[in-house]
Write a protein that binds this ligand. Sequence first.
Ligand code: MN
Length: 494
Amino acid sequence: MNAINKKKIWFVTGTQHLYGPEVLDQVSNHAKEIAQTLNESLTAPVEIVFQPIVKTPDEITSLFVSAGADSQCIGIITWMHTFSPAKMWINGLKRLHLPLCHLHTQYNKEIPWRSIDMDFMNLNQSAHGDREFAHLLTRMKIRRKTVVGFWKDKAVQNSLSNWTRAALGWSELQQLKVARIGDNMREVAVTEGDKVQAQIQFGFSVNGYDSDDVTAIIENLNPSEVEALLNDYESSYEIDPQLKQGGEKRESLVTAAKIELGLKKFLDQGGFKAFTDNFENLGTLEQLPGIAIQRLMEQGYGFAGEGDWKTAALVRAFKVMAQDAPGGTSFMEDYTYHFGNPSQVLGAHMLEICPSLSKNKPRCEIHPLGIGGKKDPVRLVFDGTDGTGINVSLIDLGTRFRFILNEVNAVLIENKLPNLPVARVLWMPQPSLEIAASAWMKAGGAHHTVYTQALDTEVIQDFATLAGVELICIDKNTKLYELEQNLNANDTAY
Ligand code: MN
């Protein structure tokens, strides 16, 4: 994973001067304690930072201006310990361009039945303080996440971690540069889209480059870097004897290593964290990049094949959101079906599946590729891990974007596949392949997806909310007729 500077979430507590300095001291101490506890509970590499409590319109406005100017700040959590009249927040919120999470909690977990008095009631007023605040958010049409519950509860902390991950992904998209090496696969519809609108909506930019830009770098590689990478291959994978030192196809492995080094330098020199290629449009590259792309994805670069810039950007966002979470994330394609009881999907691509999904040590192999007219490409071959996962697609409907998500259960592949020379994952879609595939196609979902076992559906829901983009979730509760009604309603709403 590329090193990413630790980002910060500001914890902002609203109150007012009405209660006097003693109460405000308590509000401040409680807020500090909550911020610290939540910070320790975060699973994502993000820090929750306590901010001095805000009591006046000027303090609130100044805080939002400072948050917007701080490049490390990727989001704001707000909480009203007491009442904080919401007109005080209007001018500040007008300046808000960061993800917002409204935490509706209370410092005291339970009502102290025997001792409760009006002082207690006046201090623990989130129940109506947060309603006043949320009313204004709704009136100002501010998209946000709302988390309700006691701040020490795991469910609350988990929801905050999920939102923090979404905020990380969103922050990444705001400066992400995607390089398209070659154009779109000819005549393919779903990988096309409006790149200008995507930049307006999501923040990432997409620009085209030529394979010559990469081969120019390859020609100037230092032999010692190539040697070092070949040694890395030897120690990381089971290498096909043909590709070993002295093997008849050793030169193909050397070429593959050069392509990896060339691509990585090209990406790093241009500041690209995501890229696409197209097997029809490889120009001067000798092989379709296989192992190169697989390893670059494992390092955190976004990728998708056939010019699919939307999925490439999404893979990068997911890699950033999945930092420090167990489970892999990859570019994926629904490839072929096993109709049975239950029916299953074999997911794969021509070559480019990320080894973060691998169950065992990958094998490094070389096989012919029937399309593209290039030399045989080297690739890593492995089976994926079992467990829950999600497939997510981003499509351009012409007038707007839409996310489609399907929850799946991945299973181990029981059979040996001696003739299948690509990495693969086997899964059962929820609630069944028959309903899931029907729902997916009705929603217009692509054959390309991001597949991850590291992120909960809630992260993607929060991410879609941040983007202001429709999300269709296909899960164990999906009923086709309801889904169609949902699609019809959304056509009107969006
Ligand atoms: Mn494809």
